[in-house]
Design a protein around this ligand. Sequence first.
Ligand SMILES: *Cc1c(COP(=O)(O)O)cnc(C)c1O
Length: 375
Amino acid sequence: MFSLNNLLRPHILTLMPYSSARDEYTGKEGTFLDANENPLGSTTDTGNYNRYPDPHQWAIKQHLAPIKGVRPEQIFLGNGSDEPIDLLVRATCVPGKDAILLMPPTYGMYEVSAAVNDVHITKVPLTADFQVDTNAVLAAITATTKLIWLCSPNNPSGNLLQPDAIRTILDAAHQSLVIVDEAYIDFADTPSWTSELDKYPNLVVLQTFSKAWGLAALRLGMCFASEELIRVLNKIKPPYNISAPTQTLALGALNNEAEKNKMVTEILQERQVLAENLRSLPSVQVVHPSDANFLLVQFADAKATFEYLIEQQVIVRDRSNVKLCDGCLRISVGTSDENERLLNVLGQMHEVTSPANLPLGTGDEATKPELVSTT
Ligand SMILES: *Cc1c(COP(=O)(O)O)cnc(C)c1O
């Protein structure tokens, strides 16, 4: 049987959290002389920010809960997903003793957070088609495995992980938290694992406002879990972890879910067009199928392609040195103009460097044909 108390670091159980001024009095009206704020106003040109924000972001949680089909008490909001990623490690893993399990190639922050906290990292690579090697994962879980990280759709491969594999791990790993990072879920045609939260007390689901909602600069990540675990995360977070402007703007965004859905539809159409066009390029070997807003693309010469794109001020992510991603660049789906620019530059590169167009021994700028600007 899963027991959160057995999983948490012992001192976390007894820890007395910081009690903020805004925790002690939650009324809206009053003469506020409790938090040493500036009573006169702010030094900004617009708006007043002199009062501390709601430490528990209740307004957002109340709007978000029905959208996600969870209770407000099952939501933790962080300064980006990075914050819950780090808090989960700190709540459960004793440095130098406990371990997290991750499945490369995957998002880099799980490993960084473990390393920062001096926590062991067990790696069980995904299979060649970027799926969970379920038997190997089950075999690798030990009594010190506190967190198991799954990313679906996975970054950088872009694919959803098979639900059967996730379920098998949830059923088997009842001494660990199983975290499903769904940063890209809005781009995938599948329900969220949030619908399974009441069934699996060891399940944690991460989502973010940084991708589909278009709010990367605000830094707002969502963590869904049992009410018991959310209480623990609230206990150890910095008291005012979400700024007032972020809370106000996120609340506005939640009233605008239709706009998010519209943008997702447009990005999905662009993904389709981009993938087809990339497949027709001779320098492209594989365009991996994607359930996200990016494509993992294998090139005949990834390094040269990456360098050439940089020269032309088209910036993509070089994943060519990552295991299972040999020769791959990760390309975010842009606007149709941006995707066209990318495709033009890739097409030109082929013209410039293909043997037919490049006489032997001439690699210098002067012999390259004039490049057409598309912007
Ligand atoms: C982009 C991304 C996130 C989001 O991180 P934020 O800190 O919320 O911006 C989380 N997980 C994965 C796998 C991502 O690719």
